[in-house]
Design a protein. Structure first.
Length: 273
């Protein structure tokens, strides 16, 4: 924790995440207006207008309120997709790295998933099950499983070759005991870092899907749908596109800063400092 907080960039990223997550979780109480409240007498009010700190959109809806609720959707997709990737990718990576008999099978499954581009997989989910937040999280989570498998497999291979694992084998420890008590605990740092880095990828992926109409559906706001709605008014009311775009950029950048700081703090041997 001391190494983590010693990095000013990591601290800045943590502050941005605390503010963003707090605003998203407390949106029903902090939002100045309802996210779907239209005011046809106050269309395209610029930022700083009375009662509308970040302005209004083409229906007179408060952009700040919609940003707060839109971040909830983005964070939900990010967390759900990463949990799916961790829940499936980590066990498969441990099996592939420790039990070499299954390595070829798991590697071929990984290549099979990588053969499907992200958008094709998302469109397939939308066509079969319909566009929704849950289906977007499933599509993004499935595309992140191969990365989680490869990181876990690499760490398992590295840890398996260490002396204390050989000592456990010589002492008669079973494979299941070695994997759960020796390999997995020592691989958690790399898994945590990979999960932290995967969250901003999922947030951007959700924004892309919502922009294409394959993610969160109206009237529930999403940062991607806000960008999609604003593309027709970007020249006359640029704040309707700039504000959600900057929000996506800040949240993704903050997660990357925290992931970079966690990597240095949890694995100081590979620190760049």
């Amino acid at each position: 924790m001391r190494r983590l907080l010693r990095n000013p960039l990591t601290v800045g990223g943590l502050l941005v995440l605390v503010i963003g997550v707090g605003a998203a979780l407390l949106a029903p109480w902090l939002a100045p207006h309802a996210f779907d409240r239209a005011d046809f007498g106050g269309l395209f009010r610029p930022p700083g207008s009375p009662g509308h700190f970040l302005g209004t959109d083409d229906l007179g809806r408060d952009i700040l309120s919609r940003i707060m609720y839109g971040m909830r959707a983005s964070l939900q997709v990010g967390v759900l997709s990463v949990l799916l990737a961790v829940g499936i990718g980590v066990p498969l990576g441990l099996i592939a790295g420790y039990f070499r008999t299954f390595d070829g099978l798991v590697s071929r499954l990984t290549d099979l998933v990588l053969a499907f581009p992200f958008l094709i997989l998302a469109v397939g989910f939308a066509a079969i099950r319909g566009p929704s937040l849950t289906n977007a999280a499933l599509a993004i989570g499935i595309t992140q499983i191969p990365g989680m498998i490869r990181v876990t497999r690499s760490e398992t291979l590295r840890i398996k070759a260490l002396d204390y694992v050989d000592a456990a084998v010589a002492a008669g420890a079973r494979d299941g005991w070695i994997v759960t008590r020796h390999v997995f605990p020592n691989a958690t740092s790399a898994i945590i870092v990979q999960a932290t880095v995967a969250v901003p990828i999922a947030i951007i992926g959700e924004s892309v899907l919502s922009f294409l109409g394959l993610g969160v559906q109206p009237p529930v706001p999403s940062l991607g749908t806000m960008l999609s709605d604003a593309q027709s008014y970007s020249s006359t009311a640029p704040w309707t596109a700039v504000v959600p775009g900057i929000t996506i950029l800040l949240v993704a950048f903050a997660f990357n800063l925290v992931g970079d700081g966690l990597r240095d703090a949890l694995d100081p041997k590979e620190s760049r400092r």
